[in-house]
Design a protein around this ligand. Structure first.
Ligand code: PXL
Length: 281
């Protein structure tokens, strides 16, 4: 039997609302990995669609946690960062990548900070600059189109783009310093939604689309990135990984619609886990 891979997921924990750690941990565990967590902040709910949420920044805990891990001699086959709790966490997380990545490990940075042309409520434009620096340390980054614009300090083009624009965007994102770029939420056809990927080592660009379900579904970026990492750790190529992630995320959305769930509480990723596991085989 193959050695079980270890992952460290570095995201906030929003107690309610299915995003960040409450999505990353169960997906990576179901995919067969030994997944540890480093919470960057604790919120009563996520920030999308709720008001009055609590927010505890855990920046001060990161260094003591890392020191304890050092004393245990820990290394991880993957470090996976998402929503960060403060500007200062950017350098601390970059240091975690250096200190705890195993040989041949995969660092995935999901530069979670914005959607639909706007930064999330607690993020500042400075945070976007810092996230670009963190992307330089990643093997794979997985921004949406809004995050891509913020990372590159370019205008957000909304839905008016074509294939050459996306190809150029992928290449410009790789100049931040990461080897592989996955761009989420790409659509050239009103009925289809998917993702694009670029491998800077080979110059290969690939696209994959599936059915588009109208509406905004919270937390799908976290579901998507967790599926990308699961596929990559299972040895899948990026073109294969975007197929897995698009098909799994679509199934989560379909279940959410079928069960008529309130959208701000996230997508029903749990009942689609059997599909993810079969796609990973
Ligand atoms: O799903 C991204 C995300 C993660 N964490 C928090 C958020 C959001 C998006 O709104 O608010 C706290």
């Amino acid at each position: 039997m193959e050695r079980q891979k270890k992952v460290m997921a570095i995201h906030d924990i929003s107690c309610v609302g299915r995003c960040s750690l409450t999505v990353a941990l169960p997906i990576l565990s179901a995919a067969g990995f030994d997944c540890g967590v480093l919470p960057t902040a604790v919120l009563s709910t996520h920030t999308g669609g709720f008001t009055g949420f609590t927010y505890r920044d855990l920046t001060e805990d990161i260094t003591p946690i890392a020191s304890h891990w050092q004393s245990l001699g820990l290394k991880f086959d993957s470090l996976y960062s998402g929503f960060l709790g403060s500007f200062d966490q950017i350098d601390l997380v970059a240091k975690l990548f250096e200190d705890f990545k195993a040989e041949d490990g995969i660092v995935l940075v999901d530069p979670v900070m914005a959607d639909n042309g706007k930064l999330y409520s607690i993020y500042t434009p400075d945070m976007a600059k810092g996230m670009s620096k963190l992307c330089a340390k990643a093997d794979i980054i997985a921004p949406n189109l809004t995050e891509a614009a913020f990372l590159l300090d370019e205008p957000y083009v909304g839905e008016s783009y074509d294939k050459p624009y996306i190809e150029g965007l992928l290449k410009r994102l790789s100049t931040l310093g990461c080897k592989k770029v996955v761009l989420t939420g790409v659509s050239f056809d009103p009925g289809l939604l998917g993702a694009a990927c670029y491998d800077s080592a080979t110059g290969d660009i690939d696209f994959y689309f599936n059915k588009k379900i109208d509406g905004y579904f919270h937390g799908t970026g976290d579901v998507f990135s967790s599926a990308i990492l699961s596929a990559a750790l299972h040895g899948k190529s990026m073109p294969e990984a975007i197929r897995v992630a698009v098909d799994y995320t679509l199934k989560c959305i379909e279940l959410t619609v079928e069960l008529d769930l309130e959208r701000r509480y996230g997508v029903c990723f749990e009942l689609a886990l059997p599909l993810l596991i079969s796609l990973l085989q």
